[in-house]
Every structure is written in C-alpha cells, then in structure tokens.
Design a protein around this ligand. Structure first.
Ligand code: FMN
Length: 170
C-alpha cells in the first residue's frame, strides 16, 4: 500500500501528530510525508490512500491547505480514498457545531469536491486553549490508535478471514 500524508503546521503540534500517524502507517505501508506548502497540487499518482491534515484556523483549514485544495484540478482525486485530521482547541461538541466545525471537516469537503472518497470520519486532535498548544495529554497515543485503525482498513486479511465472496473471487 502507498500512502501520501500531507500536513501543515504553524507551531509544530500538527507536525507531531502527522509524524506519529506516518510512523504507525509505515508499519503496513510505504508512506510519503510532505508539507502542504511544498506541493503545487494534489495528484493521485499510484497512491492507495491520501491523508491530509492541518491546524484549524478560524473554523477552517490553514491557508496552505486551502491553497493546495484550490490548486488541485476538479476530479483529480476521482475514487481515491482519503482521511483528514486537524488540531484544534478542546471545546464542548455543541459549541463546536454552532461555531462552524474544524479544519478536518472542511478539508474532507474540499477533497470530496475533487472526487475523493472518505475512508473514515474526519478526526480532531486537541490542544490546550492556546494557539501554540501543547497537545493535550494522550493525543499522540490517540493519533497512533487512529492511524492503526485506518491501516487495518487497508491491510489485506489472511485468507482464512476473508469473506466468502472474496474467497470465491480468488
Ligand atoms: C489564526 C489562527 C486561528 C485559529 N482559529 C482556531 C479556531 O477557529 N478553532 C480552533 O479550535 N483553534 C483555532 N486556532 C488554534 C489552532 O487550532 C492551533 O494554533 C493549532 O492547532 C496548533 O497547531 P500547529 O502547532 O500545528 O500550528 C487558531 C490559531 C490561529 C493561529
């Protein structure tokens, strides 16, 4: 499996999360880790999965991530599986809902417009109520768990555990 993991980070918190996710996915996949600002646009190449994340800025993705999405051609990611994450303040869910959500939701919306398919629900990792962070205790472990569950979706199961339909197809 080939994974492209793209992230943005102003103060380094999202970078820590991105590197943790990359480390976990590397156990089952070849992972290319890139900063959003270093890519001119998103293309499929032969990736099986794109993971895109960044800090939440004004209930949206950061400028570098927005630019990357805008520079990518309509339909450029047709059929590609994608997962999105962000870092954001901890706040009660209802306040989050009324205040407009977080970057991961907006990034997922942008990726779907490019034709991508959601592999899992957008995920937020929490920082202290302070722009610079740090991440709340346990968030890197949470990132490991999230990445492990994402990896499981893509790791081929041993033959004995495959569905009857899949076995018939082999
Ligand atoms: C300009 C700006 C706007 C922000 N707006 C939000 C926001 O709307 N909601 C939120 O939860 N956090 C907001 N934050 C806090 C960021 O989520 C926080 O800086 C980020 O998670 C830290 O990640 P980083 O270290 O990778 O930059 C904002 C931060 C900045 C600098």
């Amino acid at each position: 499996m080939k994974v492209l993991l793209v992230y943005d980070s102003l103060f380094g918190n999202t970078e820590k999360v991105a590197k943790t996710i990359a480390g976990e996915l590397s156990k089952v996949a070849t992972v290319r880790l890139e900063r959003a600002a270093s890519l001119p646009r998103l293309v499929m190449n032969d990736y099986d999965l794109l993971v895109l994340g960044g800090p939440t800025h004004r209930q949206n993705a950061s400028e570098a991530v927005q630019k990357l999405l805008q520079a990518s051609a309509q339909g450029a990611l047709h059929g590609l599986s994608v997962a999105t994450f962000d870092t954001c303040y901890e706040m009660p869910r209802w306040i989050r809902m009324v205040s407009g959500g977080t970057a991961a939701d907006k990034i997922m919306r942008g990726l779907r417009k490019l034709g991508a398919l959601s592999a899992t629900r957008p995920k937020s990792f929490l920082i202290e109520h302070n722009n610079e962070g740090p991440l709340l205790a346990g968030q890197l472990e949470e990132a490991e768990r999230w990445a492990a569950s994402l990896a499981k979706t893509y790791t081929p199961k041993p033959v004995g555990q495959r569905s009857q339909r899949m076995k018939r197809a082999l």
